[in-house]
Design a protein around this ligand. Structure first.
Ligand code: NI
Ligand code: MN
Length: 226
């Protein structure tokens, strides 16, 4: 799988030639000014919850690419009202098999009100099982013991976790999350975008290393193969 970081919590994952795009927030992100959203590929756009910093560019990218929007029922319905009819609604615990693999929408401990104040349902994350491997995109969440269950039920190639603290778990809890998830390869997200979530990247890497895990912080616009 090829993983491209577009800043904040926006990740592109290429699985067998299919492009999954998670939580697009690119044009409002000062750190991602060099990314041209017209060049961001997407066959599917997966939205973890209703906050602006996870869906700001969904409409633009979905209109250009025709990508299918995968999220909870409330968010998929909200985009349908905006004319984006190609959606797949889910809710917590549910699995659906797409052409690239199986997605499970799982619990996140956070909130999910949409930018216009409407309900974005309950926040979530995604477990994606593909022939190339299984990974977890946590979205915005606190550390939760549910992660222990995810780790028991899956063998993760890598997991994507928020690190920035304040609005989500911070570095110390992310180290524990990796332990619960039984995965020693963590891709960091949700850090440095805003003053509240600035992290010390070296300190973060050291803390993961001390726990026997690898923390991968991808440069914005760069791709890693995992
Ligand atoms: Ni959020
Ligand atoms: Mn957020």
């Amino acid at each position: 799988m090829k993983v491209t970081y577009y800043g904040h919590s926006c990740m592109g994952v290429n699985v067998n030639g299919v492009d999954l795009l998670f939580d697009p927030f690119i044009t409002p992100n000062e750190l991602a000014k060099h990314i041209d959203i017209n060049s961001v590929p997407a066959d599917y756009i997966l939205v973890s919850h209703g906050h602006e910093d996870h869906l700001a560019d969904v409409q633009t990218i979905a209109e250009r690419t025709g990508a299918k929007i995968v999220s909870n029922f409330e968010i998929v319905s909200w985009f349908a009202e905006k004319g984006l009819q190609n959606g797949h609604p889910m809710n917590h615990g549910g699995n659906w098999t797409f052409d690239f693999g199986t997605v499970q929408y799982v619990n996140a401990v956070h909130s999910s009100t949409l930018p216009d104040g409407k309900s974005g349902g309950n926040p979530g994350g995604f477990i994606v099982k593909t022939p190339e491997g299984t990974f977890y995109f946590a979205g915005d969440t606190a550390l939760t013991k549910d992660m222990q269950l995810f780790g028991e039920q899956n063998e993760f190639s890598f997991v994507m976790l928020p690190l920035g603290d304040n609005f989500t778990m911070g570095i110390d809890d992310a180290v524990i999350a990796a332990e619960y998830l039984q995965c020693n390869r963590v891709i960091g997200m949700h850090y440095d975008t805003f003053p509240y979530i600035v992290i010390d990247k070296n300190e973060a890497k050291t803390k993961f290393k001390e726990a026997g895990n690898e923390l991968i912080l991808i440069e914005i616009g760069k791709t890693v193969e995992l």
